[in-house]
Design a protein. Structure first.
Length: 335
């Protein structure tokens, strides 16, 4: 079914994707809350739910299966081990067959009622509606590291990633289809969604506290995730090597002038051989780091190529209306 299906009166589908890692204490309440929230949508849409169990060690999976037994809107995907939040969401997106997908955390930190606002914006024609945190109930440490991370990311990344957004968002089918073409392993989904483009907008919300259980993002995972965000969308760290090389070369040039000056004008203060060794050291240091930067530039390009991202995404194709055209739809023109 496509987004155009409404014009034929067919009901469109909205799929909610929930990544689950040790959320046994949240699943029942989550499902109850979300079911109640989507009630007003059900006369216009088919709403269904994909729960992706990301190798939970508690009885999340049993609870999810129990849900699927009584609610035929529920699909449960069991990953073979813990692959991480981003992979769990990716698995859900790959499986979803819907006109729009809503991605939400499963600990009720992303208030389900906000998803209605996302849907409302989607109905206005936006293809990506991200939920943007106005406030969050987290530890001071988490708030500080998160805002430092977003500051840095905005500074160095080659794309515009909205501040204070997580993966809580609605994505139109067109964008989901594009997202499926991105198969890179170190995934930073919110970055990819920004990278893809289409009409995007945000909805402000207040982020709640985790309902039950503990975070699945300890510091070590957070650091790796931040690195995925920065390394996936920026070659700034590599460029830093070149800059440092230039800087050290400049300093070594000054050093060389100084050493040469001492040698020429005050040779009695210099130890024999000192000028030769010192000049050599400064010179080589500068050259080495500059050359590392040169290697870095090639590695940066190789990295971008190896990521194998699609070169562009087509939003639509317009052609002058020709009467016998209907056999070929715009979609079939796009590979
Ligand atoms: N999650 C997951 N796999 C993981 C870690 C987390 O699927 O390895 C899920 C988790 O169940 C939750 C979402 O990702 O639905 C966000 O995780 P969490 O709430 O632990 O992160 P925080 O909100 O503390 O950043
Ligand atoms: Mg959480």
């Amino acid at each position: 079914m496509t987004a155009e299906a409404t014009s034929t009166g067919e009901r469109r589908t909205i799929t909610y994707v929930f990544p689950i890692y040790n959320e046994a204490g949240n699943i029942d309440l989550l499902h109850k809350t979300v079911s109640a929230v989507v009630e007003p949508l059900s006369d216009r849409y088919h709403v269904n739910f994909i729960y992706v169990d990301d190798g939970s060690k508690d009885d999340s999976l049993t609870r999810l299966r129990a849900l699927a037994d009584v609610d035929d809107r529920v699909t449960v995907v069991e990953l073979a081990r813990n692959f991480g939040h981003q992979m769990a969401v990716t698995a859900g997106l790959d499986l979803a067959d819907a006109d729009a997908v809503v991605i939400m955390d499963s600990d009720l930190q992303d208030p389900p009622r906000v998803s209605l606002e996302l849907v409302a914006k989607w109905e206005q024609g936006y293809e990506v509606v991200y939920a943007q945190r106005r406030s969050r109930q987290d530890t001071a440490f988490k708030k500080f590291t998160a805002s430092a991370f977003y500051w840095l990311l905005r500074k160095v990344a080659s794309i515009d990633i909205p501040r204070n957004t997580g993966d809580f968002r609605l994505i139109d089918r067109k964008v989901v289809d594009e997202l499926r073409k991105f198969r890179e392993r170190d995934r930073f989904l919110r970055g990819l969604v920004s990278y893809i483009g289409f009409r995007q907008t945000g909805v402000l919300f207040d982020r709640d506290e985790r309902h039950s259980g503990v975070t699945g993002y300890p510091l070590s995972k957070m650091v790796r995730f931040a690195a995925d965000g920065i390394l996936g969308f920026s070659v700034a760290p590599l460029r830093l090597i070149s800059r440092m090389g230039y800087f050290i070369s400049f300093l070594s040039f000054l050093g060389i002038l100084y050493v040469a000056g001492v040698k020429l004008f005050a040779p009695e203060t210099a130890v024999p051989g000192w000028a030769f060794i010192t000049i050599g050291m400064f010179f080589l240091g500068g050259i080495q780091i500059t050359m590392l930067g040169v290697l870095g530039s090639y590695i940066g390009r190789t990295y971008a190529q190896v990521q194998g991202r699609p070169l562009y995404s087509v939003a639509s194709v317009w052609t002058a209306a020709k009467p016998p055209a209907p056999a070929v739809s715009a979609e079939s023109l796009v590979p």
